[in-house]
Design a protein around this ligand. Structure first.
Ligand SMILES: [Zn+2]
Length: 166
């Protein structure tokens, strides 16, 4: 009993459905939108209890959900004061906002999935073979570039956040 109750609570929290609402900037092209949606799908493929519902609309400060803004890379660099950030997630009154430049060649497969992880509350992971690793990683000698989909560690971090009620 002592073990079963926490286990039941754990399973209930882990299995209860979570819906994330995403609002895409109307200036994304259909091709760009297809890429962003595929990256969001990487999360719902990895986490069965997660659902992403999206729409295309102008985003205001108080628009509920996660807004995704199409901005030039130079604006992202200016906003974060760095020249090596390809996308960034910030907070608005209505929820998170992801700034991304889909035209910049540095925006690779997995960039939006990483930012969506931040929008859902995930932090960076120190293991480079994870989606939530801070830096786009590419070694010609040993590894393929980046982890474009959530790994076991990313999914674990997602569940831990839900279990903590975040
Ligand atoms: Zn990050």
């Amino acid at each position: 009993m002592r073990l079963l109750l926490p286990l039941a609570a754990y399973l209930a929290a882990a299995l209860s459905p979570v819906t994330v609402h995403v609002v895409y900037d109307p200036t994304f092209t259909p091709a760009e939108l297809a890429v962003l949606r595929a990256e969001a799908r990487a999360w719902t493929d990895a986490v069965p209890s997660l659902r992403v519902v999206d729409r295309i609309a102008e985003c205001c400060d108080d628009t509920p959900g996660t807004c995704v803004a199409r901005v030039p890379r130079s604006a992202i660099d200016d906003a974060v004061g760095s020249s090596n950030t390809v996308a960034v997630t910030a907070q608005r009154p209505g929820g998170p906002i992801v700034y991304i430049d889909p035209e910049d060649p540095a925006t690779r497969s997995g960039t939006f999935a990483h930012e969506l992880g931040h929008a859902m509350g995930l932090m960076h992971d120190k293991h480079r073979h994870t989606l939530m690793y801070a830096t786009q990683y590419c070694s010609l000698l040993r590894d393929p570039c980046d982890w474009p989909v959530p790994t076991f560690r990313d999914v674990s971090q997602w569940y831990i956040l839900r279990l903590e009620g975040k």
